[in-house]
Write a protein that binds this ligand. Structure first.
Ligand code: ACM
Length: 268
């Protein structure tokens, strides 16, 4: 299966322009799964609740999801992409999953980062995995990676590939993902963005690029530069993530002992 990401520098608020950019970049690549950054069509740094209300969309009938559905249909591909979702008077940092047959699902970010907490409601979907023709795909969004429980929940639910739309500003994630993938024996496709947004006084955010695809053995199969646009695709074998045997004696899931994983207090 050919899986990849598109790392680019979305212009804040210019949804149509950003969506066109994705469609045009995708024209030149051959893949079955494309992962796009968190908030790929709107940009990241919302400066007010009004902006969030103006740029958020309902799913599946918002313009962004409709454009992704059309791209999935035309190209016969699967796409995971981040967008601000509006539902019932609440706003979520969400990712939609589209395929050739329509909308497959939506994930709402569980662990909100920094000032996302001012404007968005923590996600209520939980970590979801979908069984598709290209493999079992789970989704988490950006800062979710910091919590090992995110990928563990997805892997225990059967995910073979973790799609990870991101807008990373801290430096840690690209080097941490190989460990997350190894400890769960899954693939991950992290789609980050590049560029800087300084829409709020004295609060400039620079995104670190380095989007990557990591294997169940913790190998970085491909990694983008930190400051260049890149659409990179690589071959992966999702079914290989089903076998959790490390050797003839150890299976990393069967060997888990959840009953031992409790804070026990400090011995005196
Ligand atoms: C992040 O969660 N956007 C860092």
């Amino acid at each position: 299966m050919k899986a990849g990401f598109y790392q680019f520098n979305p212009s804040f608020g210019k949804k149509e322009e950003n969506i066109k950019k994705v469609i045009s970049a995708a024209k030149h690549a051959d893949f079955e799964l494309l992962v796009l950054p968190e908030f790929f069509a709107t940009g990241y740094q919302f400066a007010s609740a009004d902006e969030v209300a103006e740029l958020s969309e309902s799913v599946p009938d918002g313009d962004t999801t409709e454009a992704l559905l059309e791209l999935s249909d035309k190209r016969g591909i699967y796409i995971v992409a981040g967008l601000p979702e509006k539902e019932g008077g609440r706003y979520y940092n969400s990712a939609v999953f589209t395929g050739p047959d329509g909308l497959i699902g939506v994930y709402r970010k569980t662990h909100l980062f920094f000032e996302e907490t001012l404007y968005f409601t923590p996600g209520d979907t939980g970590f979801k995995v979908w069984d598709t023709k290209i493999g079992r795909i789970g989704i988490m969004i950006c800062f979710d990676w910091f919590f090992p429980e995110s990928m563990r929940s997805l892997a225990l639910s059967g995910a073979e590939v973790i799609a990870h739309p991101s807008n990373l500003v801290l430096p840690f994630c690209p080097d941490a993902m190989p460990v997350r993938c190894l400890e769960n024996m899954v693939y991950a496709v992290t789609a980050n963005r590049i560029g800087t947004e300084d829409r709020k006084k004295e609060q400039s955010l620079t995104f670190i690029g380095k989007s990557e695809v990591v294997s169940p053995k913790g190998e970085i199969l491909v990694r983008a530069p930190e400051d260049e646009e890149a659409l990179i695709v690589t071959d992966i074998d999702p079914a290989s993530a089903r076998d959790k045997a490390l050797n003839s004696c150890n299976n990393i899931f069967k060997d888990r002992r959840p009953e031992m994983y409790r804070p026990s207090g400090i011995c005196s």
